[in-house]
Design a protein. Structure first.
Length: 292
């Protein structure tokens, strides 16, 4: 790790005096975890983490409390492996004061930011699991909807996928350019009409109602999000600020509804972020549960 990122950090001896170790990583050694009075793990890869653990691909040290951003993890009838742990659901969160609503200026496309080929994280599963596979059934969306749609992705200039996507009407930009700094990333999202994105096939199969933290940034910015359905939810809407589609037809209908009712959908998107994904509320609840 670069020295400039650690120079202001506490030593382990000093940090171990804290009331709680709140972890977002899965491979902290047991001897480190045991130095803290209480410890809590936050699962940011719902369904995948439990699969990795069940197959011995990841060994997580015991913690006092386990959180997950997957609504169905640990619930009866879930598609996620039961590994004998009690998982507490917590929604992912976004800092609302850092992501204020932002109106578009002029004509703007639906956008998203993706790693096109990254995936295949379940080692012994031969099924492809990346954004390329996810978007394949939806290649014609720009042609079907007639609305400008743009992908910020990490393809090399000579990659054949560029020609395939452009041939189906997609606008392409370099993900490294639009997200070279946090401010650039924020500007790209806030200058978008909204988000259109597909989920990796594993998230669709596992049905954890997973929501991307990127999507939360769109919602907080007052940008409607049209994203792929990843499982039944107790609170996520399918057609109010956030639209969750299952096929090309429902995706196209969602795009049409956003365009026709844009101002209202922008307000609903922000309201959804405020009600369920406000970082100040989510973190307070996590800390309360972890320390009780």
């Amino acid at each position: 790790m670069p020295p400039e990122l650690t120079m202001a950090s506490l030593s382990l001896d000093d940090a171990a005096g804290a009331d709680l170790l709140l972890e977002l990583r899965y491979n902290t050694p047991l001897q480190v975890v045991k130095r803290f009075r209480r410890s809590a793990l936050v699962d940011l890869d719902p369904g995948l983490l439990q699969t990795w653990m069940s197959k011995g691909q990841v060994c997580v040290a015991p913690h006092d409390v386990y959180f997950t951003i997957g609504e169905t993890v640990g619930q009866p009838g879930a598609q996620v492996p039961d590994i004998g742990l009690r998982w507490n659901y917590t929604p992912p969160c976004v800092a609302l004061d850092w992501w204020p609503p932002c109106k578009i200026r002029g004509k703007a496309p639906f956008t998203t930011v993706v790693h096109w080929y990254a995936g295949g994280w379940i080692i012994d599963d031969p099924r492809p699991d990346n954004k390329q596979t996810a978007f394949l059934p939806f290649l014609d969306m720009p042609l079907v909807t007639g609305h400008e749609m743009e992908l910020a992705l990490d393809l090399k200039p000579a990659d054949d996928q560029r020609f395939t996507l452009e041939g189906h009407g997609w606008r392409l930009v370099d993900a490294h350019a639009v997200a070279s700094t946090p401010r650039d990333y924020q500007r790209y999202i806030q200058e978008s009409f909204g988000e259109f994105s597909c989920a990796k096939p594993s998230y669709v199969r596992l049905e954890t109602a997973w929501v991307s933290d990127r999507t939360l940034c769109y919602l907080a910015s007052g940008k409607p999000a049209v994203v792929q359905h990843t499982g039944r939810s107790r609170f996520l809407p399918d057609a109010a600020g956030l639209f969750r589609f299952r096929d090309v037809e429902s995706a196209a209908c969602a795009i049409k509804r956003v365009v026709i009712d844009y101002d209202r959908q922008c307000k609903l998107a922000r309201a959804l972020a405020e009600e369920y994904f406000d970082a100040s509320k989510v973190v307070a609840t996590v800390l309360e549960r972890a320390l009780s």
